[in-house]
Design a protein around this ligand. Structure first.
Ligand SMILES: [Zn+2]
Length: 450
């Protein structure tokens, strides 16, 4: 704290103040304080010797030893290589501690002015290792004679929306239909239904996140692989709709589209026991009539669009964008495209969009689909996401049992899960419904929309 004191030329801390390192770099900003603002930046951390000097017989718990113990016991896999000598403790920030200075410069420890439930919010200005200790001082009035545990939370910044499109045989029938599809192609779909999905379920169970993910299952998969579909439900996962035979929207008339949706609602209701409210369009092929249908059947969310890539928004009722007809005079297309609002739709069923698109998924990169121009299948599985962002966001990730269930890819799927978990409390796995439900409620309660 000495660099903070000398930088500020004061011995107290108020909202907006920054704490400085011994290299005079800002470390933390006090962004919120619900107390009267009495905190201390003068007093040293307590240690065993301090209590002995106060007359305590034997060993007394203390902040210095608390710090060394925590650093020694920090889990090695996500803790930086860091050493601190046993006999040293930094100049601490003593939150809620009331140290008065009288006119002769004398220090006097007094009872804290803060009350139960009050808190401060500190914003990190750089990467930091922060150790907090609930001071066990009970021989001076530091804690009013009643030391208590201090609650300390890190705000989760990233919601991981991990989903699985359980395409199996269906995608060879709908969007992937081709006259040259053969037994081997269909075989890879049977693999997904009988093997790939089971492997992924095992992986999710191993990492304790089975019930924090969403499986979008085509009706065809539910009815062709009933045991695996049941295992998905039994794992606690959320189940969403994904067409019946993975139909591309422009392969169908609007009448067929309605018939397919009703059949899928029926199949999923029989499987899950209640009417599904979750949807992702096969291969993201969605049109205005789909949005209308999802509103009509009161779906909570759709996850097929990317008006934003990492924030939910209300699915807009965009008018269809018409392609240019170059046989007409240029004046026929020289006009802007009207973009519909993505705010809460007054007087209409509010459908939430959880973004998802080609760049969030495994299949095009890691699976070879012989008749699909953009499929690859030969990229290294040593890939993973990286980097960080300075804002709260959702991270949509889409895997397919067809692709990520394969023996040479599933290791990558596990590394991705481990990498995400390695961010600790910053990251939280959520079902799409958890994200859509809480976001929608927040917006409806007056926080507006995008
Ligand atoms: Zn699909």
């Amino acid at each position: 704290m000495v660099y903070t004191r000398t930088g500020f030329l004061k011995v107290s801390l108020s909202k907006g103040d920054k704490l400085y390192s011994t290299r005079r770099k800002p470390m933390l900003t006090l962004t919120e304080d619900t107390t009267r603002g009495v905190h201390d930046i003068i007093w040293s951390a307590c240690d065993a010797e301090r209590y002995r000097m106060q007359g305590y017989d034997g060993y007394h718990d203390n902040c210095t030893d608390n710090m060394h113990k925590l650093l020694r016991e920090a889990p090695k896999e996500n803790f930086p290589d860091f050493h601190i000598t046993d006999d040293w403790v930094p100049d601490p920030l003593n939150l809620f501690m009331n140290v008065a200075i009288d006119h002769r410069g004398q220090l006097d420890i007094r009872v804290p002015t803060s009350e139960k439930g009050q808190f401060v919010v500190l914003k990190a200005e750089s990467d930091l290792i922060i150790v907090t200790s609930s001071c066990p001082q009970d021989m001076a009035p530091v804690n009013g004679g009643q030391p208590t545990d201090c609650d300390h939370r890190r705000r989760r910044r990233v919601k991981v929306a991990l989903s699985f499109d359980f395409d199996a045989v269906s995608h060879w029938l709908g969007t992937g239909c081709h006259p040259n599809n053969n037994m081997a192609d269909y075989s890879s779909g049977i693999f997904a239904g009988q093997v790939g999905a089971v492997r992924l379920l095992t992986l999710l169970k191993k990492h304790g996140i089975s019930d924090k993910v969403t499986w979008f299952s085509p009706g065809h998969t539910i009815e062709t692989f009933p045991e695996t579909a049941r295992a998905v439900v039994d794992s606690g996962a959320e189940v969403g709709l994904h067409g019946y035979s993975h139909e591309g929207i422009y392969q169908m008339t609007e009448e067929q589209e309605t018939e397919v949706l009703l059949k899928c609602i029926d199949a999923a209701t029989k499987l899950v026991g209640k009417k599904p409210r979750r949807y992702r369009a096969p291969m993201y092929t969605i049109r205005e009539s789909t949005v209308k249908l999802l509103r009509q059947y009161e779906f909570l969310y759709d996850s097929s669009l990317v008006h934003h890539d990492s924030q939910p928004y209300f699915t807009p009722a965009d008018p269809p964008i018409k392609p240019i007809d170059f046989s007409q005079p240029a004046s026929s297309w020289l006009q802007p495209t009207p973009i519909a609002s993505q705010c809460y739709p007054e007087g209409m069923h509010a459908l939430v969009e959880i973004p998802c698109g080609w760049y969030n998924e495994d299949m095009m990169l890691l699976q070879y689909l012989p008749h699909l121009a953009n499929s690859n299948g030969y990229v290294s599985t040593r890939v993973r996401g990286s980097g960080s962002a300075d804002f709260d966001f959702i991270f949509p990730i889409l895997m397919h049992p067809d692709t990520s269930g394969m023996a040479h890819v599933i290791g990558m799927a596990e590394r991705v899960v481990l990498w995400l978990k390695g961010w600790g409390e910053d990251v939280e796995f959520c079902t799409h419904e958890q994200i859509a439900g809480s976001w929608s409620k927040e917006k409806k309660n007056g926080k507006g929309g995008r």
